[in-house]
Design a protein around this ligand. Structure first.
Ligand SMILES: NC(=O)c1ccc[n+]([C@@H]2O[C@H](COP(=O)([O-])OP(=O)(O)OC[C@H]3O[C@@H](n4cnc5c(N)ncnc54)[C@H](O)[C@@H]3O)[C@@H](O)[C@H]2O)c1
Length: 324
């Protein structure tokens, strides 16, 4: 019997593939359309927790239309920043849909950074104003960067405000992202300044079970869109209560997180991204609506993107083949 071969892709291999953000957004849109039609399999993610506010999650999903099946085993450790280590690390395994045999193992930090941002941009396409041109980024880490990059693919962004509690991180963001995207980026020393003039606001700080949120009622202007990448850690309950529409990416996972102690003061989302993309629920309906996307991050996102990375890596001879 032939020994099955697995393609191992390191973070560096995946960076060399450099899948572009527009493609990632398109893949996610296709996957969410399938989800809206009830054609995917994705059990809620179980996890283990070896440190406070840290997690290691198992995230399996099957998207039949994309012939994609697999699992992500991802950890998030907030204290790693102090150790000079990445916050998010982990591995992703792809399985053949006919035989179940694993055919790829890859780093999952790149995919996590990019697919999460693409989910923000996808939600913003349906819930933001199409002419949005000012963005606010609160927390200028990995997600702050990729989220701004993804929004810039969809919207005619001409200016962004950037706020981070660590001054050097904020300064590096301003310098590097303005060069990368060719837009004006202004570093601000007060989180309010990153919100009040912005059409699109991304918060991407640490997710905390017992947050002391910063963004107050009416900071987000009418017509504004927010993406709470860090769950309910940045938006005060009164600011969330003021939203005309709050969406999520999956109702079951939202309720699971609620039962685990998050989102205690967050209103129930009116729709998930699958329902919105497939037209079952409306997106933005009025110019002056305030909207907030709370995407929890789904295995669906990862499995929408990973096979494309595998294909392109294989075509280019990247990665290392290993026997199973
Ligand atoms: N929803 C999802 O799908 C999803 C996916 C991946 C990551 N996340 C979450 O996104 C968040 C950011 O992840 P990352 O990989 O960018 O981490 P990161 O460590 O690269 O960046 C976090 C940044 O937040 C800054 N910060 C901390 N407290 C702050 C505050 N109060 N205001 C402003 N800045 C603050 C830090 O200085 C750091 O620059 C994490 O909470 C992570 O769990 C969510």
């Amino acid at each position: 019997m032939e020994t099955p071969q697995i393609l191992y892709l390191s973070r560096a291999d995946i960076e060399r593939v450099a899948l572009d953000m527009a493609t990632i957004i398109r893949l996610l849109e296709n996957a969410f359309r399938e989800k809206g039609a009830g054609r995917i399999e994705m059990p809620p993610k179980p996890g283990i927790h070896t440190q406070p506010d840290a997690f290691i999650h198992a995230m399996p999903a099957f998207i039949p239309a994309m012939r994609s099946a697999g699992i992500k085993w991802v950890s998030g450790y907030p204290a790693n920043q102090r150790r000079g280590l990445p916050y998010i690390t982990g591995l992703l395994i792809l399985n053949d849909v006919e035989t179940g045999i694993p055919y790829a193992v890859m780093d999952c930090s790149w995919i996590t950074a990019y697919r999460t941002a693409a989910a923000t941009a996808l939600a913003a396409r349906y819930l933001g104003r199409p002419n949005s041109e000012i963005a606010g980024v609160l927390a200028c880490g990995v997600q702050g960067r990729t989220n701004l990059e993804a929004l810039e693919v969809i919207f005619p962004i001409r200016r962004a405000y950037a706020y981070d509690t660590t001054r050097e991180v904020q300064e590096r963001f301003v310098e590097e992202m303005s060069a990368r995207l060719g837009i004006e980026i202004i570093g601000v020393d007060d989180p309010r300044k990153a919100v009040v003039d912005s059409d699109l606001v991304v918060t991407s700080g640490p997710i905390l079970k017992h947050p002391a949120p910063t963004i107050q009622e009416s900071w987000l202007k009418p017509g504004g869109f927010g993406s709470a990448v860090d769950f309910d850690s940045y938006w005060q309950p009164a600011a969330m209560a003021q939203m005309d529409k709050i969406s999520t990416d999956d109702h079951t996972q939202f309720q699971y997180y609620r039962s685990a102690g998050y989102f205690q003061l967050t209103p129930d989302p009116y729709a998930d991204l699958g329902e919105i993309v497939s037209g079952k629920k409306p997106g933005r309906e009025r110019e002056d609506e305030r909207t907030l996307a709370i995407n929890l991050g789904l295995a669906l996102d990862d499995m929408a993107v990973a096979p494309e990375i595998y294909q392109r890596a294989k075509e280019r001879g990247l990665g290392t083949w290993l026997p199973l």
